[in-house]
Design a protein around this ligand. Structure first.
Ligand code: GDG
Length: 738
C-alpha cells in the first residue's frame, strides 16, 4: 500500500474486465473497447475525476517485456491497471466458477451448475490476485468500487488488510432467492466476502431483499432497514437501478454518419414496407432466445395477415462459447430459426433475419432507431441495458418495447408491454398489440420512460453509488468515535483508581456472558463468579447486577456474590445477599394468563422458539428458531401485542431475539434508583448490551461511564464490542484494587 497521506482520495474501480481489451494480431498489440453492459458503464464514468480501473485485460503476455509494455500502455491510455490471469486460471475461474457455477445459480438455472472444488480454489486465488493489485495501488483516502460476481470475495480481502477503507460493491446480476442461493457449497464464504463492503448495491429492491434474507438465514445477521451490523461496522444494502449513458447516446445519434446509416435503413424499409422487430442479446441461456422464437412462431401461426409484413432482426452476440450450455444453446437457436424460416418464409421474405455476430455500437444504434418493436425477453436479467438503450434512442417517441417481467429493467420501465417469457401466448399477443399500437399510444409510454432514463442516467447512478459509499463510511467513523479506545480506557481506569465511592451496574446476558441458545444455558462460569466476587468484596465498590431474568434464576446463580441484584428489569431488587427481595411496585400478574395462549401459539408456529414466564413478565425467545421466520414472526407479534395492549398498563419490548411484555413503569432505570440516590458517588460505571439497558443509561449523570456492549445506536457514552472485552476491562479494574 502506498503511503501518500496527502491524497484526497481516488476511486478505484475494480471489475473482472477492464473497459478495454488487449488482443494481438500479426505481432501487434491492439487496444479495443470491451463488450457488455458493465464495460459500457465503466466507459461512461471514466470521465469521473480521479478514477482508476483495475481488471483483466483479456490477454496473457508472452513475456515480462510485453507485460510491462501493456501495463504502461494501459495506464497512459485509460488509467487502467491490468491484472494478468493465465489461460489455465481463466479456464477455471472465469469459464469455470464464475460462469459454470455463479452465473447459472444466480439466474435460477441451478441444474446447469457445476460445483468443482478446483474451480472454487481458482476463484479464490484470482480474487487474491486482484486484492494484491489494489493493495499496491491504494492510498488511505481511496474509495474502492468493486463490480460483479467475479469478485465477491474481494471486499472481505480488502477489509481484512485495510480495515478502515471505504468499500462499495455492486452486483450486476440478480441475487437469487435464499432457497436457490443456499445450495451453493461455498455460500458462507461468499456472503462473508460481500460483507467486507460498507455498501452493497443491487439493481432492484427484490435482489436486495433476497440478499438480506440469505444473510439472515445463513449467517444469522438481522437487518434494520437494510443496515446489517457486522462486528463493529454497519453494512448498508440498497438498490441502485443502473442507468445508461443517455446523453452520450443522444449526441451520438446526431452524428452525420449515424444519420446517414439511419436514412439508408429507412429507405430500405420504406421500399419493402415492412415493420422491424429487433432483439439484441449475448447468446446466453438466460436471455430467453428459444422461448422468444417460439413466441414468434406462434404469432406467425395465429396471424397470417402479418406474413411478409415484418422482419425480425435477431442480433446474437457470441458469448462464452467454451461453456457447454452455450454451444448447446447455439444449436437449439440455429435449428429454431431454420424451422421458422422454413415453415413461413416465402420468395422475397424470410421472417427471422439472424445475425450471429457483434456489431459496433454505431451500427447498433441505427437499428434501435428504426425498429418498430424491441423484443427484450430474458428469463432472468439483472437489469438489461438493451431495453433502456432502445427507449433512449427513440427521439420521435415512436416504437414499442416488449419486456420480460423478470428483467430488472421491468421495475423501472412499467410502460413497456410486460410479458411472461415462458408463456408463448403472452409473447405472441404482446407482439400483436405492439404492431397494432397507434402512434399516440406509443408516444405516451415512450415519453414517460424516456424522461426517467434521461434523469437517472449512468452518471447519476455512479455518482449516487460512490456518494452513498462515502456516506456510510462517515456514519461508521462517527460511531467509531464512541469506542472505548485505549485513551478512554486509561482515563476510566485512572478515575476508578482515584475514587473511593464507586457504583458499578452490570447487566448479565450479552454483557457478562455471551448469548446462549436457551436462556437457562447462560449460567456463570467459575471465572466470572470469581471476577464478580473480587469486584463485590472491595469496600470501595458497590456492585449491582441488573438483569431481565427472573429473581429465582439470578439468585440461584449469583446469590452468594457480595452484590445487589435487580431482577425482571427492575420489578424486584435485592440490596445485598443478606437482604430479602423487595417488590418495586405492587402489581398483579393476572394479565399474563390472557397473554399466555397468544405466546404459546407463536411457540407452536415458530419451531425452536419458546415462551418464558417470569413473575411479573412474560417473554417469547426466538434465538434458536429459523432466523428469517423468527424475524418475521417477532415483528408480527410485536405489532400485534402493541395494538392489543394499547391503553393498558403493560409495555412490549423487542430485545435481542426476544419479545417481552411487562408492566409499564418497571425498567432498569427505576430498578437501580435506590442505589443511585443513596449517596454521592465519585465513580459510576454501567455496562449493558440491550435495548432494556437504555433506561439505565439515560438516568445516569453525564460523567458516568456508560458503555454499551455492542455496536449500535445508544444513549451510552461509549461502546465495547463484546462480553469478552467487558470481562477484560473488569479484570483490569480488579487488578488495580489489589
Ligand atoms: C450485465 C447483466 C445488466 C450488445 N450487443 C452489442 C453491444 N451490446 C451492448 C449493449 C448493452 C450491453 O452490450 C448489454 O448489456 P445488458 O445489460 O443487456 O447485458 P450484460 O452484458 O449481460 O450485462 C445485465 C448489466 O450487466 C449492467 O449492470 O444490465 O443484466 O447481465 O450496452 O449495447 N455492443 C456492441 N455491439 C454489439 O453487438 N458494441
Amino acid at each position: 500500500m502506498k503511503g501518500n497521506k496527502k491524497s484526497k482520495g481516488k476511486i478505484i474501480i475494480v471489475s473482472n474486465r477492464l473497459p478495454v481489451t488487449i488482443s494481438k494480431r500479426k505481432d501487434e498489440l491492439k487496444i479495443q473497447q470491451s463488450p457488455g453492459g458493465l464495460a459500457t458503464c465503466l466507459r461512461a464514468i471514466q470521465e469521473e475525476e480521479k478514477a482508476i480501473f483495475v481488471g483483466w485485460p483479456g490477454y496473457w503476455p508472452a513475456n515480462d517485456k510485453e507485460k510491462r509494455s501493456i501495463e504502461n500502455e494501459l495506464i497512459n491510455y485509460c488509467k487502467s491497471y491490468p491484472v494478468f490471469i493465465s489461460p489455465a486460471e481463466i479456464g477455471k475461474y472465469y469459464y469455470g466458477f464464475a460462469n459454470r457455477t455463479l452465473w447459472p445459480l444466480f439466474h435460477y438455472f441451478s441444474t446447469y451448475c457445476a460445483y468443482e472444488e478446483s474451480e472454487w480454489i481458482a476463484y479464490k486465488k484470482v480474487n487474491q490476485r486482484f486484492f494484491q493489485k489494489v493493495f499496491d495501488l491504494a492510498d488511505p483516502q481511496d474509495t474502492f468500487w468493486i463490480h460483479d460476481y467475479h469478485l465477491m470475495l474481494l471486499p472481505a480481502l480488502i477489509r481484512k488488510s485495510l480495515p478502515q477503507s471505504s468499500i462499495g460493491f455492486f452486483l450486476h446480476i440478480p441475487f437469487p432467492s435464499s432457497e436457490i442461493f443456499r445450495v451453493l457449497p461455498w455460500r458462507q464464504e461468499i456472503l462473508e466476502g460481500f460483507l467486507g463492503a460498507d455498501l452493497i448495491g443491487f439493481h432492484t429492491y427484490e435482489y436486495a431483499q433476497h440478499f438480506l434474507n440469505s444473510v439472515l438465514l445463513l449467517l444469522g445477521y438481522e437487518h434494520e432497514f437494510g443496515a446489517i451490523q457486522v462486528d463493529n461496522r454497519i453494512v448498508k444494502v440498497e438498490n441502485f437501478p443502473m442507468g445508461i449513458d443517455s446523453l452520450g447516446l443522444k449526441s451520438l445519434l446526431e452524428e452525420s454518419s449515424i444519420q446517414k446509416e439511419i436514412k439508408k435503413l429507412e429507405e430500405k424499409i420504406w421500399t419493402e414496407k415492412r415493420k422491424i422487430i429487433l432483439s439484441v442479446d449475448r447468446l446466453d441461456y438466460t436471455k430467453g432466445i428459444p422461448q422468444r422464437l417460439k413466441g414468434i412462431e406462434l404469432f406467425l401461426e395465429k396471424k397470417p395477415e402479418w406474413h411478409g409484413r415484418f422482419t425480425y432482426v435477431m442480433l446474437c452476440v457470441p458469448s462464452r462459447t467454451k461453456v457447454k450450455h452455450y454451444s448447446l444453446l447455439k444449436e437449439e437457436v440455429d435449428s429454431l430459426v431454420g424451422r421458422i424460416n422454413g415453415r413461413f418464409g416465402m420468395p422475397g421474405w424470410i421472417p427471422v433475419h439472424y445475425m450471429y455476430r457483434s456489431l459496433p455500437f454505431n451500427k447498433l444504434l441505427p437499428l434501435y432507431t428504426i425498429a418498430d418493436v424491441a423484443l427484450v425477453t430474458p428469463l432472468r436479467d439483472g437489469m438489461n441495458l438493451v431495453a433502456k438503450e432502445y427507449v433512449a434512442s427513440k427521439k420521435d417517441n415512436r416504437g414499442v418495447l416488449v419486456l420480460s417481467e423478470t428483467a430488472g429493467a421491468a421495475s423501472e420501465l412499467g410502460e413497456a408491454l410486460l410479458v411472461n417469457v415462458n408463456n408463448k401466448e403472452d409473447i405472441a399477443s404482446a407482439l400483436t398489440q405492439a404492431l397494432d399500437m397507434s402512434e399516440e399510444e406509443q408516444a405516451r409510454g415512450m415519453k414517460l420512460m424516456r424522461k426517467r432514463l434521461f434523469e437517472y442516467d449512468v452518471l447519476h447512478w455512479a455518482r449516487s453509488f460512490v456518494q452513498r459509499t462515502k456516506d456510510v463510511k462517515k456514519i461508521q467513523s462517527q460511531r467509531e468515535h464512541r469506542k472505548l479506545n485505549v485513551k478512554w480506557e486509561k482515563k476510566l481506569i485512572s478515575d476508578f483508581k482515584k475514587s473511593k465511592n464507586r457504583l458499578l451496574f452490570l447487566d448479565y446476558d450479552g454483557t457478562l456472558v455471551s448469548f446462549a441458545m436457551k436462556p437457562e444455558q447462560a449460567k456463570p462460569d467459575v471465572g466470572l463468579k470469581r471476577l464478580l466476587f473480587s469486584l463485590g468484596k472491595d469496600p470501595h465498590n458497590t456492585l449491582v447486577i441488573v438483569s431481565g431474568r427472573d429473581r429465582t434464576t439470578i439468585e440461584h446463580w449469583l446469590g452468594k456474590v457480595p452484590c445487589g441484584l435487580v431482577a425482571e428489569h427492575g420489578a424486584w431488587i435485592k440490596r445485598d445477599p443478606r437482604h430479602d427481595w423487595e417488590k418495586q411496585k405492587s402489581i398483579s400478574g393476572d394479565w399474563k394468563e390472557q397473554l399466555k395462549p397468544i405466546l404459546k401459539t407463536y411457540e407452536f408456529r415458530v419451531p425452536g422458539s419458546l415462551m418464558e414466564e417470569k413473575e411479573y413478565g412474560i417473554a417469547w425467545h426466538y434465538r434458536k428458531a429459523n432466523p428469517e421466520l423468527g424475524q418475521l414472526r417477532s415483528s408480527e407479534l410485536f405489532d400485534y401485542l402493541n395494538e392489543f395492549l394499547a391503553n393498558t398498563d403493560l409495555q412490549v419490548m423487542h430485545g435481542n431475539k426476544v419479545i417481552e411484555v411487562r408492566v409499564s413503569g418497571i425498567n432498569k432505570g427505576d430498578g437501580v434508583m435506590p442505589w443511585l440516590s443513596e449517596k454521592k458517588w465519585d465513580f459510576i460505571l454501567a455496562l449493558g448490551d440491550d435495548w432494556t439497558d437504555e433506561d439505565l443509561f439515560k438516568i445516569l449523570p453525564a460523567k458516568a461511564y456508560s458503555i454499551k456492549v455492542s455496536y449500535g445506536p445508544s444513549q451510552a457514552r461509549f461502546y465495547l464490542e463484546s462480553s469478552q472485552l467487558t470481562r477484560s476491562l473488569l479484570h483490569k479494574l480488579v487488578r488495580i484494587q489489589k
